[in-house]
Write a protein of this length. Structure first.
Length: 420
RNA sequence: CGGGGUGUAGUAUAUCGGUAGUAUCUAUGUUUUGGGAACAUAAGGGCCGGGUUCGAUUCCCGGCACCCCGACCA
């Protein structure tokens, strides 16, 4: 893509109404736009990142048997009444609205009940189980206080997967698989080294749920990390009894602030009982479907990556989710230089290498460099009189301080190496 | 929801009970071009409503919006 065609612009000044690093950098670099407190639009660069994150999640969900759907955002009151989750004194984050005929509706806070209801149409027999269904879908939550940039929004997309199993045993097999899938997701999106599976409160039907917590000073949660075991305990369940049951020693734990980037939990038969999602066993017995729920917010994940992987100049995207692989900068107005850059842009594009081509004219070199650092694309290639005189193009990784001049053949072979 | 704070050009900020200044951005021109270039010219502003006052962007009240701390996050 030619940067001269990109409608977004970078900003020099940090927004006055954002304190969080993720929002500050993403807004300055033109990835997102703030519409109101807790509500953000995704711009071309930001959407490319989100789509890449979604694709990684999608691949991992498909790998463990997930089937993608999209459920509606409008939900009926009757969907949530059986589990007593419609009343505002039970769930206080509802956005509610009405049809013209006064029928009450809610904007989806989550989809456990809705999907349980839907699956009644398709699950009747043990032969229909297990099934795993997921979506990327917008949730609306009327948070009393939106905060931390895109980390806690009133409108946000969530990947939510729901598992439907015959019994707890079958459920736990999948539950373990989902942990591995989640680990893969965080590893592939570049925050695996800072992300710990964390024991958290499990609600009524299971002792624990599992959160995936990424260590960062700006996190909302406090967790206790056992580095050797690679696991953590959320402060909300941190006590002697829990530590003993998990065989964790207090002295091995280090307290950290962290952000919850994923959460998996066992629902058991809470929703299937309430909504009547049952199946016939081989013996002809009627049983409730055993369910689980598995969430990740791609937007929050993106914000976390920015929080964790950035420096004083801007964002440092992991290759796997960067909006482009290469940021090609042409310096100066010399026609030979321009032509050389154009040709390189075409060559790389033909090889299906994603390039953001900074072909903007009338800009100083320093301004282009500053923009490039802010946007944070993994490879920066500079074409200038100097680089051509030195025999080619200057390549520098965003994560490194210095670059080197190389010829086009070598350049292409470097860029075609499989990433991550 | 409790507490605290802030609303001034597109953005970021300053001053002031009496003419609202600067930077950046935008437009035009000239000179620049390897780390946010220089000069010139131009355009652009007091959240909304009420009150006090000769006069309010400034003081007071209400509303709205935004930020921070805490609570909440099923």
């Amino acid at each position: 893509m030619k940067q001269s065609n990109l409608f977004t612009k970078t900003k020099k000044e940090s927004p006055a109404d954002e304190v969080s690093l993720n929002a500050e950098l993403l807004i300055k670099a033109g990835f997102i736009n703030k519409e109101m407190a807790g509500v953000y639009s995704y711009l071309p660069l930001g959407l490319r990142v989100i789509k890449k994150i979604e694709n990684i999640i999608r691949e991992e969900m498909n790998a463990i048997g997930g089937q993608e759907v999209t459920l509606s955002a409008l939900q009926e009151k009757s969907t949530w009444e059986p589990t007593n989750q419609w009343d505002d004194d039970q769930v206080d984050v509802w956005f509610k609205t009405k049809l013209k005929n006064d029928t009450e509706l809610g904007l989806a806070v989550t989809h456990e009940a809705a999907i349980t209801k839907m699956m009644k149409s398709f699950i009747q027999s043990y032969r229909d189980l297990p099934k795993y269904v997921y979506q990327f879908q917008t949730k609306f939550r009327n948070e009393t206080r939106a905060k931390s940039g895109i980390m806690r929004c009133r409108e946000f997309v969530m990947k939510d997967l729901y598992s439907f199993c015959k019994d707890e045993k079958e459920h736990l097999e999948f539950y373990e698989k989902s942990k591995e899938a989640y680990k893969n997701i965080f590893k592939r999106t570049g925050i695996g080294h800072l992300t710990y599976i964390t024991f958290a409160s499990g609600g009524i039907f299971s002792k624990f749920s599992h959160e995936f917590q990424t260590i960062t000073a700006t996190g909302e949660d406090t967790i206790y990390v056992d580095e050797n075991k690679g696991i953590a305990v959320n402060k909300e369940v941190y006590n002697d009894e829990v530590l003993e049951s998990l065989d964790i020693k207090k002295e091995d734990l280090v307290e950290n602030k962290a952000v919850e980037v994923g959460n998996i939990f066992t629902l058991s038969t809470r929703f299937s009982d309430a909504l009547g999602l049952k199946y016939k066993t081989e013996e002809g017995e009627e049983k409730s479907v055993f369910m689980g729920s598995y969430g990740i917010g791609p937007g929050r994940l993106m914000g976390t990556v920015v929080e964790v992987l950035s420096d004083d100049k801007g964002i440092i995207w992991p290759e796997s989710i960067a909006p482009f692989k290469v940021h090609l900068l042409v310096l100066g107005e010399d026609n030979n230089v321009k032509e050389s850059a154009e040709n390189l842009y075409k060559d790389l594009s033909r090889k299906n290498i994603e390039v953001l081509f900074d072909d903007r004219t009338g800009m100083s070199a320093g301004e282009k460099f500053a923009d490039s650092d802010l946007i944070g694309i993994p490879y920066r290639i500079v074409v200038s009189k100097r680089s051509l005189a030195d025999g080619g193009f200057e390549v520098k990784k965003r994560s490194e301080q210095t670059g080197k001049i190389i010829a086009i053949e070598e350049l292409i072979s470097i860029l075609l190496e499989p990433s991550n």
